[in-house]
Design a protein around this ligand. Structure first.
Ligand code: SF4
Length: 413
């Protein structure tokens, strides 16, 4: 069965066939929803309990929540949205962890198992720069025989080849694994990576920061507390990170509100998050979904269209004043649908992502690369102005609707 027929047989529409709002809602917004949105627009902080109500919005409430998020986006970052030219380098897909949602990992003896050499990693980084990239994003599986100095050697190899390139690398789980192998504290391990050229860290491996849900998703993966500790240590050392959530599987509104609430509290302490990235669960080839009967888990086939809208919108509302950048992942949502999130709270489309393999390995259907000019067109379709940024949201190039490029005084990455 091909992916398109698979999508239809499981009741989901390909995302590019789904409009954000299919009809003009005429029913009034529920008073309790309207009251929360009025508080948010007045600059008050929305509690987790209020966020749960927003996540449960229906009918006209959904449009009201999205409109409120759109207004807050406009107030925070103006009428513009961004993207970054980046390349993913997944240096190994060998991993012994066995997370149930993961379609990327391979055992060591699998025919398609790979571990890239340092020369190949450096070559790919050079190729990325030649294509205009200002960033490489590097993550891999937890290879049981990985040399102790693998992570620092990757950074040194890239910096030797292309010193100006920003390296966004290593999930908190890889940091935990690497620090344990090197017999170093998180602080010392991360500081050494910074000294070797690490520029920022992805806040992946968060999935849902809830003890029970995490236990079911991935029993032996790092705990919520360990994720927090590693990310907080990075922030204390001045290393920025992103923040993510993976939603639409065995989770629900209470978990989402608590997850975003936790990120908000962490941001209040160290201000280290650059962006929040909602990542919808991609179910097609994910063992969590394909083996759900055997696992005795009630697993959903990814988020619904409404849940996608509300995740971006409620995140904008909850994080207002704390995390300015909400990213819509075109890899997970599809380009057309990601564009619609730009009017529901998001202000960034993420990376052009040359060589995206993690989502594709779970059956993601939206390809592995988008050209910068297509990113610009996507942003313009939302009615916003496009700019190209570096990893830390510094503008590098502004665009006007005529496609005429305006050099930006902000300069290089
Ligand atoms: S999610 Fe990461 S740690 Fe878990 S199995 Fe996949 S590659 Fe390994």
């Amino acid at each position: 069965m091909n992916i398109a027929s698979k999508i239809k047989s499981e009741g989901q529409q390909p995302t590019n066939e789904r409009p954000l709002f299919t009809s003009l809602e005429t029913a009034p917004v529920r008073p309790e929803i309207a009251a929360i949105l009025a508080e948010a627009l007045a600059g008050q902080e929305i509690s987790e309990r209020q966020a749960i109500l927003l996540f449960q919005a229906e009918g006209a409430d959904i449009q009201a929540v999205a409109s409120c998020a759109d207004t807050l986006r406009q107030r925070s970052v103006g009428d513009r949205a961004s993207f970054v030219i980046t390349r993913n380098i997944n240096f190994t897909n060998i991993c012994y962890m066995g997370c149930k949602f993961c379609g990327f990992a391979r055992p060591k003896n699998a025919a398609d198992a790979e571990l890239l050499s340092m020369q190949e990693i450096a070559r790919r980084a050079q190729e990325a720069v030649d294509k205009g990239a200002t960033e490489v994003c590097i993550q891999g599986g937890l290879h049981p025989d990985l040399p102790v100095d693998q992570y620092r050697n990757i950074l040194l190899a890239i910096k030797k080849q292309v010193p100006q390139l920003h390296i966004h690398a290593f999930s908190p789980f890889e940091i935990m694994f690497g620090a344990k192998n090197a017999k170093l504290s998180y602080r010392d391990f991360i500081q050494d990576l910074i000294d070797c050229g690490l520029g920022s860290m992805p806040g992946t491996a968060a999935e849902i920061l809830d003890v029970e849900i995490r236990q079911q998703l991935t029993r032996d993966k790092l705990t919520t507390g360990q994720w927090q500790e590693i990310i907080s240590t990075a922030h204390q050392l001045g290393l920025p990170t992103t923040a993510t959530i993976m939603y639409g599987h065995i989770d629900g509104p209470a978990h989402w509100a608590a997850h975003i609430g936790l990120l908000r509290e962490m941001q209040k302490k160290h201000r280290g998050f650059t962006e929040f990235v909602p990542l919808g669960f991609v179910h097609y080839e994910s063992p969590l979904y394909t083996d759900r009967k055997k696992l005795k888990l009630d697993v959903r086939p990814g988020p619904t269209a409404t849940e996608n809208i509300l995740m971006h919108a409620v995140a904008r509302i909850m994080l207002n004043g704390w995390i300015d950048n909400i990213q819509a992942s075109w890899v997970k949502l599809g380009p057309d649908y990601a564009v619609q999130m730009l009017r529901a709270g998001a202000n960034d489309l993420g990376g052009t992502l040359i060589n995206e393999t993690i989502t594709r390995s779970s059956g993601g259907v939206h390809g592995e690369e988008i050209l910068p000019e297509d990113m610009v067109k996507m942003i313009e379709r939302s009615g916003l102005r496009a700019y190209r940024r570096n990893t830390l949201y510094r503008p590098l190039q502004h665009f006007v609707p005529s496609d005429q490029l305006i050099a930006c005084s902000a300069g290089a990455a």
